[in-house]
Design a protein around this ligand. Structure first.
Ligand SMILES: Nc1ncnc2c1ncn2[C@@H]1O[C@H](COP(=O)(O)OP(=O)(O)O)[C@@H](O)[C@H]1O
Ligand SMILES: [Mg+2]
Length: 245
């Protein structure tokens, strides 16, 4: 396994609060890691530190062998290597769907407009929203907006994609249309870190499940192993609640 993201001895404090405790996690090229755990366990914080939306207190995070710079041009370039899709769709409200997908590549990657448009067409086709490209985000359903958010992130040609509960804000009937796009990406070999409560997705697409509680990685295993034979009390407790609700 060739490492793509290497997180070593990472600590994160918010003031007095210890949000990430000695996180060590290496994600290989093409690997799909699903992160699960109770609310407040540090899953979003972990995602946000990987592309430096949050700074870390100590430790190191490298992407493709390069340590994340603290600021400046280097940071912008490295951040462009990390695509991120959040729970809320975060599209530019006053830009069309097509503009949402072409802006980043043109501004950050210096892609020519004609090329950015061509690529955006292909991506919007792939996520199944090509017919909507001249609309504004608010004119689309939540599931469609989230698929545009994925297309927008992919347009930057990221090395790794982070998903932080991408289906949590969606109506139930729209969840699968987003998960299907993610399963497709996983199958094509995209390196992915996915925070989700969708255990079906974890079983179908994850190479590894990482279980977090109280800012720590408590255990990690293949989905098969983790779901049939969780080792820690915390994981057993978490899974039993998922099943009964
Ligand atoms: N900006 C912040 N300032 C202070 N505390 C924060 C901040 N962001 C998150 N936290 C705290 O850090 C802990 C982990 O949060 P988070 O990473 O969002 O957890 P999760 O995504 O697993 O629900 C929570 O207790 C949360 O209240
Ligand atoms: Mg979260």
């Amino acid at each position: 396994m060739q490492p793509l993201v290497e997180i070593a001895e990472v600590e994160k404090h918010y003031g007095d609060f210890h949000a990430l405790k000695n996180i060590n996690l290496t994600i290989g090229k093409g690997e799909v890691v699903v992160v699960i755990g109770p609310s407040g366990s540090g899953k979003s914080t972990l995602c946000r530190t990987i592309n430096r939306l949050e700074t870390i207190t100590s430790g190191s995070i490298t992407i493709d062998g390069k340590e994340l710079p603290k600021e400046g041009k280097g940071l912008a370039a490295l951040r462009a290597d990390v695509g991120m899709v959040f729970q809320s769709f975060n599209l530019f409200a006053h830009k069309t769907i097509l503009e949402n997908v072409t802006l980043g590549p043109m501004k950050v990657r210096g892609v020519k407009k004609a090329d950015a448009v061509k690529e955006a067409h292909a991506l919007l086709e792939r996520v199944g929203v090509a017919q909507q490209e001249s609309k504004l985000p608010a004119q689309l359903s939540g599931g469609q907006q989230q698929r545009v958010a994925i297309a927008r992130a992919l347009a930057m040609k990221p090395k790794v994609m982070l998903f932080d509960e991408p289906t949590s804000a969606l109506d139930p009937e729209m969840i699968n249309e987003v998960l299907d796009v993610m399963v497709g990406l996983a199958k094509e070999g995209m390196t992915m870190v996915v925070v989700t409560h969708e255990m079906g997705f974890a079983r179908k697409a994850a190479d590894r499940v990482v279980f977090m509680a109280d800012g720590e990685i408590v255990e990690q295993a293949t989905p098969e192993e983790f779901f049939t034979n969780p080792k820690s009390g915390r994981a057993k407790d978490f899974l039993s609640k998922l099943i009964t609700h």
